[in-house]
Design a protein around this ligand. Structure first.
Ligand code: NAP
Ligand code: F7E
Length: 325
């Protein structure tokens, strides 16, 4: 039985990837960071808590990563753990550097010291393009990160490339554009909007406070994107791939889709609050996933409309339960 270790298994992508690998017959191990509250709600939502084996550890503790690899003896490691919220990265830049940046060095070293034949996936990001240098961003577009998060991810990306070139490791980097789902953290804008729509529709809230709604993002469905991660590690040679839909939409238009779905006009409820503006903004992102389509045979399956309505439905159900509890 093929074995995989996922760091960040309690996050959005970790949960979907664990589910995918279980469906493919893998034995799935996940790194579990110690927290004072329960972080297993996503694995619970997908009904897979009992099917995965969790090993305590932290991205900042190399010894725990070595231990996790020795226990799980994986053929594949997916490094999804990160301080992943861009806004927080200005308030906690050093923590972001330690976890999102140096954490990659820790996991790559843990692999190199135990079994360098392990295949490695690094969760890189479109945030590395930041202030975009080309209208459509591909694997050859120069990077220009605009947040401490983007800077930390850029370190992880280049370290992955470097370990591939230095030690001949099967290390791949997926440059994923924004991807969302009902399991998205509540602080990210799509989920904040779909949760807000549900609360307004059910009479729990009266308004939704947002920051820069003119920002544009290339949004896809997380369930589609984890398939690309797996595909990258099934290739004979490691490489870097942009994963995106090739369509960009403003936060404003995304709001419009969400509110209209429940018969409301976003203009009646959305309030602009400068508190949510960022010190430096990524105004627009638009990915070119041609390489992934041609080499991996991957393509996005879910439209933005399908994604947002799926998320609104899930939030309506959650808020209804909350109200009736
Ligand atoms: P997420 O929901 O924020 O999940 C992050 C995961 O990292 C959680 O499981 C979290 O554990 C774990 N983690 C944080 N600090 C850790 C530490 N010190 N040690 C061990 N684990 C730690 O993120 P996501 O949306 O699933 O994204 C997955 C990865 O892809 C991240 O690296 C993210 O930066 C990257 N990415 C995401 C997107 C996107 O649009 N979603 C796009 C490009 C790249 P707790 O639950 O215990 O906090
Ligand atoms: O913001 C604007 C905000 O926080 C999207 C992470 O997964 O994707 C994510 O990073 C846009 C930005 O995601 C609010 O200013 C307006 O322009 O949902 P977000 P992000 O920053 O793009 C990348 C690819 C990652 O790698 C990251 O890990 O929406 N925006 N008003 C707002 N954003 C938030 N969060 N909240 C607002 O009220």
């Amino acid at each position: 039985m093929k074995k995989a270790l996922i760091t960040g298994i309690t996050g959005q992508d970790g949960a979907y990837l664990a589910n995918l690998l279980l469906e493919k017959g893998y034995k799935v191990y996940g790194l579990l960071a110690r927290r004072s509250t329960n972080t297993l709600w996503r694995l619970d939502y997908l009904g897979i808590i009992k099917d995965v084996e969790l090993i305590e550890g932290d991205m900042t503790d190399l010894s725990s990563l070595i231990r996790a690899i020795k226990i799980s003896q994986p053929k594949e490691v997916y490094n999804l753990a990160a301080q992943s919220f861009v806004g927080t990265s200005w308030d906690q830049p050093l923590l972001t550097a330690q976890v999102t940046g140096l954490g990659v060095a820790n996991i790559l070293e843990a692999i190199r010291l135990t079994d360098p034949s392990i295949r490695f996936y690094q969760a890189s990001t479109s945030e590395m393009f930041g202030l975009i240098q080309e209208e459509k961003q591909s694997e050859t577009t120069p990077f220009y990160p605009r947040s401490p998060y983007g800077v930390a991810k850029l370190y992880g990306h280049w370290l992955t490339v470097n370990y591939r070139e230095s030690f001949n490791m099967h290390a791949s980097s997926g440059i994923l554009f924004n991807h969302e789902s009902p399991l998205r953290g509540i602080e990210f804008v799509t989920r904040k909007v779909t949760d807000g729509v549900a609360r307004i529709k059910l009479g729990v809230e009266k308004e939704l406070r947002l920051g820069n709604i003119d920002a544009k993002r290339d949004w896809g469905f997380a369930g589609d994107y984890v398939e690309a991660m797996w595909l990258m590690l099934q290739q004979e040679t490691p490489d870097d791939y942009v994963i995106a839909t090739g369509r960009t939409t403003t936060v404003r238009d995304m709001c419009k889709i969400a509110f209209e779905y429940v018969g409301l006009n976003y203009e009646d409820y959305v309030v602009i609050d400068p508190k949510f503006y960022r010190p430096a903004e990524v105004d627009v992102l638009l990915g070119n996933p041609t390489k992934a389509m041609q080499k991996l045979g991957w393509k996005p399956k879910t439209t933005l409309e399908e994604l947002i309505t799926m998320m609104v439905d899930a939030d309506l159900e959650r808020v209804r339960k909350e109200v009736n509890a």
